[in-house]
Design a protein around this ligand. Structure first.
Ligand code: AMP
Length: 220
């Protein structure tokens, strides 16, 4: 069995969450969604959550050690033996280096297949998506009030949970999150290009069309 490591890169609201959730279900791989894991820490009022909250409310990256500690545990957990899908990690060169070191330390399996998928979206579409995004309090499913609304207003189609707007999905915080992306995360494009791992997908289109392109690039 070849172990698959997939990393998704892209600015806030480029569709990483929607695509990785679907892909993980279909490929039966764990979906390691950093933002949701951090929001769960906040909801549990843990020490990590308390630290993370201030950074997240400001559109900044949470300190690398804190995030890495949560993610690395998931990557090496039993349910990730066949691979995993990383959504929102790494988000800086520092984090990418931590990941490389951990994989090397773990005496990386030679049959591991790695790919980094970058979702390209025009900047003016991103803000529109952020403002219209809603999430389920129960299962975390993502909706868009304009393009992917729930069947019943404010209620999740999947689990019946209540929908809410993330506190960082405002115009002001979104702007800071874009700045963070372009200064700290975008350098990863070149980093993974140099490793020969990067592929780009045009994510300006519908979720179904983006998904088809992703299946193509991973050879499914
Ligand atoms: P997301 O749900 O992916 O949009 O992430 C929401 C927020 O969580 C980000 O704006 C950051 O504050 C924080 N966050 C998510 N992933 C990371 C990461 N890899 N490193 C640091 N902070 C992160």
């Amino acid at each position: 069995m070849i172990k698959s490591e997939m990393i998704f890169l892209g600015p806030p609201a480029s569709g990483k969450g929607t695509q990785t959730e679907r892909l993980a279900k279909e490929l039966n791989l764990p979906h390691i969604d950093t933002g949701s894991l951090l929001r769960a820490e906040i909801a549990a009022n843990s020490k990590e959550g308390q630290t993370a909250k201030g950074f997240m409310d400001n559109g900044q990256l949470v300190p690398a050690e804190l995030v890495a500690q949560i993610i690395i545990k998931k990557i090496f957990s039993d349910d990730a033996q066949n691979g995993y899908i990383l959504d929102g990690f790494p988000r800086s060169i520092e984090q990418a280096e931590i990941l490389e070191n951990e994989l090397n330390k773990a005496n990386k399996d030679k049959s591991e297949k790695r790919i980094v998928i970058k979702l390209d979206v025009d900047e003016d579409l991103l803000l529109e998506r952020i403002i219209n995004r809603r999430m389920c309090k129960g299962c975390g499913k993502i909706y868009n009030l304009k393009t992917m609304p729930p069947k019943i207003e404010n209620i999740c189609d999947e689990c019946g949970g209540e929908l809410y707007q993330r506190t960082d999905d405002t115009k002001e915080v979104a702007q800071k999150r874009f700045d963070t992306y372009f200064t700290q995360t975008a350098p990863l494009v070149e980093y993974y290009e140099n490793k020969g791992l990067l592929v780009s997908v045009d994510a300006n289109t519908t979720p179904d069309k983006v998904y088809q392109q992703i299946l193509n690039v991973i050879g499914k």
